[in-house]
Design a protein around this ligand. Sequence first.
Ligand code: AHR
Length: 339
Amino acid sequence: MCKRILTASRILYSVLISLILCAALFTAGCGQNNVPVQEEKLIRVGFSQVGSESDWRMANTASMISALSEENGFELIFDNAKQRQENQLLAIRNFIQQDVDYIVLAPIAESGWDDVLQEAKEAGIPVIIVDRQIAVSDDDLYTSWVGSNFLAEGQRAVRWLEGTIRQQGRLNQPLRILHIQGTDGATAQIQRTKALDDAVRTHPGWTIVSRLKGEYTEAKAYELVRDFLATGQQIDVIYSENDNMSFGAIRALEEAGISCGTDKDVMIISFDAVRDALRQCLEGRISICVECNPLHGPRVASLIMQLEAGEIPAKLTYVDETFFSPGILSEELINEREY
Ligand code: AHR
């Protein structure tokens, strides 16, 4: 009888302890008002970046890293493709394997994405394209794109050129243009080239003396312009599809004893408007810097947040841009800029 009472009280005791433990565990997972605390879940984003070929690209990478930070609720998996598409394909497949929540792609070129984006679609991972565009058989292979209107940039440049040589009274005289192109097949290259080609077609005196493939880097452009100048061919204008290639061209021109500036031997038209280029513009070596805005991080973060909220973001978002020439610029304005 006594033994039975002892066993019963032991059972009662262990039930009581278990209840207390359960209650303790439950309240440990509660906030001040006994509301269960949800562990903040980070949004996992795989970002495949083109490379680090230019000042523009570095500013773009910095913008993406700062917007897609843990502080802002993201876990960013960053991959630098070093200007090779095969590296981007590999990175995207890795992101799919890691089952990220979103893939962000800054594509090196427009073509070659169908298969890998089909794989992302089958895995149910939304893909956001940033900066350059892609050409795919089915636009549903990506969710949204944000970037620059590269054709409008090119048109801004050639309109400026036309206005400037009209002012100089030489609109109907021959104009010899050296064209330094960016990476083949990139939207920035295709559209900036198209704007120049369209302008050359409508100005009988304008000729493209040579096209150099500068791959958006200063080193490559320097070598190519140096070798071109060694042939002794004469030019009036350099249309350079980014600032870093302009830096290389300026170095080659100066070494060859050729001056650059609007009223000098060679006029330089440059794209991006990064801080160092704006300085060269203020000092007169670059005649016009056409702006290409790299600060896409917050824009991409906002697209993701729209998707998280169940909204359908715009398929294409073009950013507002302008251009700078020496008359518009000041040291103060340059210092205020973010890149
Ligand atoms: O796609 C944008 C272009 O890529 C920028 O003009 C260039 O500097 C960069 O590398």
